[in-house]
Ligand binder design. Structure first.
Ligand code: SAJ
Length: 445
């Protein structure tokens, strides 16, 4: 084969990049330093790569350069050591991508007000990437999005530079699988699915991740990789919707749904327990499935499970408020004028993130119906609640006695549940946190 044939030239870009990856000479850019991007940047830096994190938020960049982490799962000591050693740096300037051999995009993918995918953060990131994309560079999108985003939205923009994918630059999708607060499964040991636009794209992306991550799973295309993530999160949303509907059924049938699920979970095969709750929080499960149903609708298909699960899960905060109303009514009180303490505002236990938290919906509905609402959350000392600065109320006997009802919305381990039951007039338990406790004060979901 002549040294100048296209095959040789094509291999030279991929081989050059592979070599730079193998000898850790590759410089990695990570766009978006949130709960996905920062752990990823730290892992690549720990592997010995020079990593430049890029974020629009100057406060985050400054904190990182001072060796401080703002992500619960990333210790500040790690950031400090990696910044000191020169393996990790951060900037708001995208020009840093000029020297990047690999760029990962880890930006938010929320829903618009019309509940359609909002890919504006991806578009803004790609507008920057395409200024600096060069021969031998690998670009990977990690943000959860609808199947087709990488090939339909990113690829054309990057090829508009005249560079050819799979020959000059390489493009892949690899879904993030971060479970905030999970101390067992973290970025390094969670299997990583990767799909490239071309086989060469898949190969170099797999090689990069394999330098640090324990288990990298190549798939045949970016669409497959995009769809894998949406299946994972739709699976959760639909199953949570199923048990939430079961909870509403069991309430009418006077059956303890928690006992039903606990007994069903003894089945050693073919069953996976999910638990009812006051609603779905976080920036993934309540949102990602609607990226899939939007894409399905665009191709003339109605994703009914997704829509139905979204409807049922969306009803749960209102159901929790109805339970509070029932608890108050049993003391001849109405919601209007009653004092209610919401226990837990993070969207799930043991974390500090309040995004899309059902607690906020519950607090808003209670306040709209005239209740005087306070909250307590050991992970959230203060909260900006519809323009009102709120502080977490301490859970003490004296404080509990100030309220007509306490509602457990996020069951942090740190809550003193015995004390809460003893000193509250009534307790609504939406998380089975008072499992096994018998008291006329308790109203259970
Ligand atoms: N929830 C229930 N019942 C359940 C499980 C969860 O009501 O049985 C609620 C939670 O309280 C929370 C919401 O659903 O409000 C989301 O819970 P989650 O456990 O899915 O938490 P996330 O969104 O932080 O993490 C998920 C990952 N979780 C797990 O795999 C356990 C995973 O789906 C994704 O890797 C990640 O989001 C993501 O980024 O997509």
């Amino acid at each position: 084969m002549s040294p100048h044939s296209p095959k040789t030239r094509r291999a030279s870009s991929a081989d050059t990049l592979s070599r730079r990856i193998r000898n850790r000479r590759a410089h990695i850019g990570v766009i978006g330093l949130g709960y996905v991007g920062l752990p990823l940047a730290v892992e690549f830096a720990r592997a010995g790569f020079k990593v430049t994190g890029i974020d629009l938020r100057e406060d985050r960049v400054k904190q990182l350069l001072r060796g401080r982490s703002y992500i619960q799962d990333v210790p500040s000591s790690d950031v400090r050591d990696l910044v000191r050693s020169g393996h990790l740096t951060a900037t708001t300037d995208f020009a840093a991508l000029h020297r990047a051999d690999a760029v990962t995009i880890c930006v938010p993918t929320p829903l618009s007000k019309q509940r359609d995918p909002d890919v504006s953060y991806i578009v803004a990131a790609v507008d920057q990437v395409k200024k600096y994309v060069h021969a031998g560079q690998l670009v990977i999108l990690e943000s959860t999005t609808y199947p087709g985003t990488t090939d339909e939205l990113i690829l054309p923009e990057l090829e508009r530079t005249g560079l050819k994918v799979g020959k000059d630059f390489f493009l892949a999708f690899s879904p993030e699988r971060v479970d905030p607060g999970n101390t067992v499964w973290q970025t390094r040991n969670t299997p990583k699915v990767v799909g490239g636009v071309t086989p060469a794209c898949t190969r170099v992306a797999v090689e990069l991740y394999r330098e640090r991550l324990e288990n990298v799973v190549p798939v045949s295309s970016t669409q497959v990789a995009e769809m894998v993530k949406l299946l994972e999160n739709t699976f959760r949303s639909v199953n949570i919707g199923l048990v939430n509907e079961l909870a509403l059924m069991c309430a009418r049938l006077k059956i303890d749904v928690w006992e039903v699920i606990e007994a069903a979970a003894t089945k050693p095969f073919g069953f996976m327990p999910f638990y009812p709750g006051p609603g779905l929080g976080g920036h993934c499960i309540p949102i990602d499935p609607f990226y899939l149903s939007w894409k399905a609708r665009a191709s003339g298909f109605e994703a009914r499970f997704i829509e139905l699960a979204g409807y049922i899960n969306g009803q749960m905060p209102e159901h929790a408020v109805d339970l509070v109303a029932r608890a108050l009514n049993s003391h001849n009180l109405s919601v209007r004028g009653s004092r209610v303490l919401v226990l837990g505002v993070a969207y799930k236990a043991e974390i500090d993130d309040v995004r899309e938290s059902p607690s906020l919906d519950i607090m808003k509905t209670l306040a709209d119906r005239g209740a005087k609402v306070e909250y307590s959350d050991p992970f959230v000392p203060s909260l900006d609640f519809f323009g009102r600065r709120m502080k977490s109320t301490a859970v003490t006997p004296a404080q509990l006695q100030r309220f007509d009802c306490a509602v457990i919305v996020t069951a942090h381990k740190a809550f003193p549940y015995g004390l809460i039951l003893r000193h509250s007039k009534s307790v609504v338990d939406t998380r089975n946190a008072l499992k096994g406790k018998r008291s006329g004060k308790i109203v259970r979901l």
